[in-house]
Design a protein. Structure first.
Length: 149
C-alpha cells in the first residue's frame, strides 16, 4: 500500500488546512472564541471536553498562531486565549460550515441557532465563491495550478 504524503507538507492548501484545523474540537473551540470565550474553564464548560484534550488543542492553536495567550483582561492571575488576525480570518470558514449545516442537516421545522448581523439583526448573507468580476463560481468553473508562496 502506498504511503500518504504528510498533509502538513502537501502542496495542496486544503490538505494543509485540514491538518491544521480539520479536527471538530478545534473548530468548536474557534467557534466559541468568536462568541468571546477566552478562558480555559469557559471552553471546558461550554464544550464538555476533557481537560487534557482541551489543553492539547489550545496548545496546538497557540503554536499555529491562531490564538495568543494574554494576561486576563480583569487583572486576575488567569491567562486568556485571544484570537490573532490569523484566527479571526477563519470566520468565513466557520460561517460557511454553519450555512451548509443550516441548509442540509436540519429537518423541516427543526430548531437551530442562527447567525445575525449585530447592526441589522438580520441573518448574514449566504457565502459564495465569486470571480474577481463578481460572477458566482461553482467547482466546474475553476482549476488549480501550483504557485510559489
Amino acid at each position: 500500500m502506498a504511503r500518504q504524503p504528510i498533509l502538513a507538507e502537501s502542496e495542496c492548501p486544503v490538505a494543509r488546512a485540514l491538518e491544521a484545523i480539520g479536527d471538530r474540537w478545534v473548530l468548536m473551540i474557534i467557534r466559541d472564541a468568536y462568541d468571546d470565550v477566552r478562558r480555559f474553564s469557559e471552553f471546558q464548560s461550554r464544550l464538555g471536553l476533557a481537560k487534557n484534550i482541551l489543553s492539547a488543542k489550545l496548545k496546538k492553536l497557540v503554536e499555529l498562531g491562531i490564538f495568543e495567550l494574554q494576561p486576563a483582561s480583569d487583572g486576575s492571575a488567569y491567562k486568556e486565549y485571544v484570537l490573532t488576525e490569523m484566527g479571526r480570518s477563519l470566520f468565513p470558514i466557520v460561517v460557511s460550515l454553519r450555512q451548509w449545516g443550516e441548509r442540509y442537516l436540519f429537518a423541516e421545522g427543526e430548531s437551530y441557532s442562527q447567525l445575525l448581523d449585530n447592526d441589522q439583526a438580520e441573518p448574514v448573507q449566504t457565502i459564495s465563491v465569486c470571480s474577481t468580476s463578481g460572477k458566482v463560481l461553482g467547482p466546474e468553473d475553476c482549476y488549480r495550478r501550483v504557485v510559489k508562496a
